[in-house]
Design a protein around this ligand. Structure first.
Ligand SMILES: Nc1ncnc2c1ncn2[C@@H]1O[C@H](COP(=O)(O)OP(=O)(O)OP(=O)(O)O)[C@@H](O)[C@H]1O
Ligand SMILES: O=P(O)(O)OC[C@H]1O[C@H](OP(=O)(O)OP(=O)(O)O)[C@H](O)[C@@H]1O
Ligand SMILES: O=C(O)c1cccnc1
Length: 487
C-alpha cells in the first residue's frame, strides 16, 4: 500500500513549505522571484575543508518536480482547496540553479548552491536540497578525512548494514567514493554509479562449515580471487595457518589475495600475520582489516606499526559517527519587489554566526599565480566584476583589520549553471572526474588548511561592496527597530 502511493518526491518537503506556498498563491506573490543560498556554518569534524557532494541527486529530483495525482489527492484530503491544488498541479520548476561541482573543496559560509526561482518553488525544494547536501557532503568529507591518513592503501566502504536506511547506504557509498574510497561492498551502488564493488566473506560462512580449513577450501574451490577471514576462532593459531595451508594446496588455481582481520588487537595481529605470510612465501598477500575503524583508530594503528594494506570501513563512515550533521541551511538573500527588481534581504541574529549575507552573489577562488596556491574564497555581489590587473583587497568579514592585498592572481568561479529558466544545463560527470576535482582542489591548499588537528581557518571573504551592502542593511533594520521602539 505504501509503495502504491509513493510515486513522487514532491511531498518530500516540510509541511510549512506547502503552507507558505498557499500564502504566496493567495496573496498574488507566487511569481515573485526569490534568491536563496545554501551553505553550512561550521566545518564538519573540525576539518579544514569539506568535499561537496549531492548535486547529481538534486538534478534528478528537480527533473521530476511535478505533483502527481496521488500527491494532489493526498493534499485534497488534508483540506487544501481546489484553486491552490490546480495551481500546484501545473507547477514546473522554472528557476535558475547555480552550484559548485561535486568533489569541489568547499568551506563554511560560502554558498554551495544559489537558487533563484519563484518563491513557492524555491521554498518547496528547500527541504529536499538540504536533505541531500547535508548528508552527501558530510560523508564525502568524512571519507576524505580517512583517505588523508592512508593516501596509498585500498579503502573499502562496508557500511550498508549500519547505515540510516537504504538511501543513506546508497548515496553514502557514492559520496565515500567521491571522497577518495576505492570501492563499496554495496552491489546496487556499484551498479547505479558505475563504481567498483569489493568484498570478502563473513564469519557465518566459517561457522556454517564449522572450521577455518574446510570453509577456506570451499571458498577457494568456487572463487579465483580469495581473501580469507581469519579471526572466527583464533587468528594466529587457526585462521592464518589455515589460510596459508589452503593457499599452498590450491597453488595457481586461485589468486590468493590475502587475509582479513576483524577483531582483537589489529596492530599486534597484523604484524604477526605479516611474519607468518612472509615466512610461507606469500610476501604479496595483503592484510585487510575491519572492525569499527575510523581515521583516529587508523592513525593509531599506523603509529603502532600495524601491517595493513587495505581497510574496510563501515559504521563510523556511513553514519558520520563523530559528527552526525553538517547543519547546512537555506537562507533568503533577495526577493523581487512589485516592479520586478531584486531587493536584498537579511536575517539578523544575536549570534553573529547566524547573520545572513544578503544579495545575489558570485564566488571566486583566488589563486596566487606566483605560488600556485589559493589565497581564499571571495564572495561578491552578482553584478560586481573583479579586475585581475588590480590588487585585490581581501579582509576578514568580522575581524576586518585582518586584511591582505593580493596581486598577480587568477579568479576561478565556483558556481556553475545547473538550471537556467527551468532548463537543465547540467552535464553528467563520472565519479572519477569528481574525485580528480577534489584532488586538484586540495593541491591548491596550503598544508596549514589541510592538517588533521586544529587546521588554520581558510579565508572566505566578502568583497568590500558586499560587506557594505550587508552593513547598510544591518543599520537600516536596526534604525527601523529603534524607530519602532521609540514610537
Ligand atoms: N592496536 C589497536 N590500537 C587501537 N585500537 C585498536 C587496536 N586494535 C583494535 N582496535 C580497535 O579497538 C576497538 C575494539 O576492539 P576490541 O578488540 O576491544 O573489540 P573486538 O575485537 O571487536 O572484540 P571481539 O573480539 O569481541 O570481537 C575497535 O574499534 C578496533 O578497531
Ligand atoms: O565495523 P564496521 O566499520 O562497521 O565495518 C563493517 C563490519 O561489518 C561486518 O561485521 P558483522 O559483525 O556485521 O558481520 P560479520 O559476521 O561478517 O563480521 C564486518 O566484519 C565489519 O566488522
Ligand atoms: O566484504 C566484506 O568483507 C564486508 C562487507 C560488508 C561488511 N563487512 C565486511
Amino acid at each position: 500500500m505504501f509503495q502504491k502511493n509513493d510515486d513522487s518526491l514532491m511531498l518530500h518537503t516540510d509541511l510549512y513549505q506547502i503552507n507558505m506556498g498557499k500564502v504566496y498563491f493567495e496573496q498574488g506573490l507566487e511569481n515573485r522571484k526569490a534568491v536563496f543560498d545554501l551553505y553550512f556554518r561550521n566545518m564538519p569534524f573540525r576539518n579544514g575543508y569539506a568535499v561537496f557532494a549531492g548535486l547529481e541527486r538534486i538534478v534528478e529530483y528537480l527533473e521530476n518536480f511535478k505533483f502527481t495525482e496521488s500527491d494532489l489527492a493526498y493534499l485534497k484530503d488534508q483540506g487544501y482547496d481546489d484553486a491552490y491544488l490546480n495551481y500546484l498541479k501545473n507547477l514546473k520548476f522554472s528557476g535558475n540553479v547555480r552550484s559548485v561541482k561535486e568533489g569541489e573543496i568547499v568551506f563554511n559560509n560560502m554558498p554551495l548552491l544559489q537558487i533563484e526561482a519563484p518563491i513557492i518553488q524555491a521554498q518547496l525544494i528547500e527541504t529536499a536540497l538540504l536533505n541531500i547536501v547535508n548528508y552527501q557532503t558530510l560523508i564525502a568529507t568524512k571519507a576524505n578525512r580517512i583517505r588523508q591518513i592512508v593516501p596509498n592503501d585500498t579503502l573499502m566502504e562496508f557500511g550498508t548494514r549500519r547505515a540510516h536506511e537504504m538511501d543513506a547506504a546508497i548515496w553514502g557509498a557514492r559520496a565515500s567514493i567521491i571522497g577518495g574510497f576505492d570501492g563499496t561492498s554495496n552491489v546496487r551502488a556499484s551498479k547505479l554509479f558505475n563504481v567498483p564493488a569489493s568484498g570478502t566473506h563473513a564469519h557465518s560462512m566459517i561457522q556454517a562449515y564449522g572450521d577455518d580449513y574446510t570453509a577456506f577450501k570451499a571458498y577457494a574451490e568456487t572463487h579465483k580471487n580469495c581473501v580469507f577471514l581469519v579471526d572466527t576462532f583464533d587468528s594466529l593459531k587457526s585462521g592464518v595457518p589455515n589460510a596459508i595451508k589452503v593457499a599452498k594446496e590450491m597453488g595457481d588455481k586461485i589468486n590468493f589475495i590475502g587475509i582479513r582481520l576483524d577483531s582483537g588487537d589489529i596492530a599486534y595481529l597484523s604484524k604477526q600475520a605479516r611474519k607468518m605470510l612472509d615466512a610461507a612465501g606469500f610476501e604479496d598477500a595483503q592484510i585487510i582489516v575491519s572492525n569499527d575503524l575510523d581515521e583516529v583508530t587508523i592513525m593509531s594503528l599506523l603509529q603502532q606499526g600495524a601491517k595493513v594494506d587495505s581497510w574496510g570501513i563501515g559504521t563510523k563512515l556511513i553514519t558520520a559517527y563523530d559528527q552526525p550533521a553538517l547543519g547546512a541551511v537555506y537562507k533568503l538573500s533577495a526577493i523581487e519587489n512589485e516592479e520586478g527588481v531584486l531587493e536584498n534581504r537579511i536575517k539578523i541574529s544575536g549570534d553573529p554566526e547566524k547573520l545572513t549575507t544578503p544579495a545575489k552573489k558570485n564566488i571566486y577562488r583566488i589563486i596566487n599565480k606566483s605560488t600556485g596556491m589559493s589565497e581564499g574564497d571571495y564572495i561578491t555581489a552578482f553584478e560586481e566584476t573583479i579586475d585581475e590587473n588590480e590588487p585585490l583587497l581581501m579582509f576578514h568579514p568580522v575581524y576586518t583589520m585582518k586584511r591582505k592585498r593580493v596581486r598577480n592572481f587568477e579568479k576561478v568561479e565556483l558556481l556553475h549553471d545547473v538550471y537556467k529558466d527551468g532548463q537543465c544545463v547540467y552535464e553528467h560527470e563520472s565519479i572519477e572526474e569528481m574525485t580528480a576535482r577534489m584532488n586538484r582542489g586540495l593541491d591548491l591548499l596550503w598544508e596549514e588548511y589541510k592538517r588533521f588537528l586544529n587546521p588554520e581557518k581558510y579565508p572566505v571573504d566578502l568583497s568590500t561592496k558586499l560587506w557594505n551592502i550587508r552593513q547598510d542593511l544591518i543599520n537600516k533594520v536596526n534604525d527601523e527597530m529603534d524607530d519602532e521602539y521609540d514610537g
